[in-house]
Design a protein around this ligand. Structure first.
Ligand SMILES: [Zn+2]
Length: 236
């Protein structure tokens, strides 16, 4: 059910699901009741209340929003922040890079999830999320970068590589077969570092972390009918 799951500080958890948890997205043509059932199983597995995990309607924007405890309704955004870390948060991906960010307990204990795809990275979703966290007094930020398509697999036209790496130089990549690519995980890592966030990928094995190479993760490049796995942060 989990690609990776860890208590990242006392009482604070982060995880990334795999295909065993199933598709968690309502927008990919799946049976809505099945998606709901899987989300409930996931909530039971991580020990949060049924229906309490907040998902976003993700639009490849640079919008980061604060989610209040007990609020409901659809959140259109590409990053969510819980000012005190009390709201369990989820981000859905299948090649884009999921990121969990948390703040030190002595600085309010904010948490966040980020949907960092090519467009969001270009538009500044990472920095915007950090800014929202800082506005809540968060300091000592730490980030966990989950599975996404790697720089050796994400082939793009030369023009797009030029355009994105003009904004984020670390995004410049080359595929294993020597064509232009974008290194999204590398771009996210550099943006987090530039924002003063201590960040690390959740695995040292780049192939295991790559959604296109690892069959136990969803990849939109591998199948356009793909489901979505999730990055999660919650408190116990
Ligand atoms: Zn790869």
């Amino acid at each position: 059910m989990f690609f990776w799951r860890q208590e990242i500080s006392p009482g604070r958890w982060a995880a990334f699901t795999d295909t065993e948890a199933g598709n968690l997205a309502q927008h990919v043509g799946d049976e809505p009741a099945s998606v709901l059932r899987r989300r409930l199983s996931l909530e039971a597995a991580i020990g949060v209340g049924a229906g309490s995990l907040r998902f976003m309607h993700q639009t490849h924007s640079a919008d980061a929003v604060t989610v209040e405890r007990g609020s409901d309704g659809i959140i259109s955004a590409d990053a969510m922040v819980s000012a005190d870390g009390s709201v369990p948060l989820a981000v859905m991906v299948a090649d884009c890079v999921p990121v969990v960010i948390t703040a030190g307990k002595d600085f309010g204990g904010a948490s966040a999830v980020v949907h960092a795809g090519r467009q969001g990275i270009q538009a500044g979703i990472v920095q915007n999320t950090v800014n929202v966290m800082l506005s809540h007094g968060a300091r000592e930020l730490a980030a966990w970068i989950g599975p996404g398509i790697c720089g050796q697999c994400y082939e793009v036209p030369e023009e797009l590589r030029r355009e994105v790496s003009a904004v984020v130089p670390a995004a410049w990549g080359t595929t294993r077969w020597a064509t232009p690519s974008l290194d999204l995980p590398g771009a996210v890592l550099s943006q987090l570092a530039a924002a003063g966030v201590r960040a690390r990928p959740v695995s040292d094995d780049a192939s295991k972390l790559c959604t296109l190479e690892n069959g136990s993760l969803y990849s939109h490049r591998r199948s356009s009918a793909s489901g979505r796995f999730a990055g999660l942060v919650w408190t116990s």
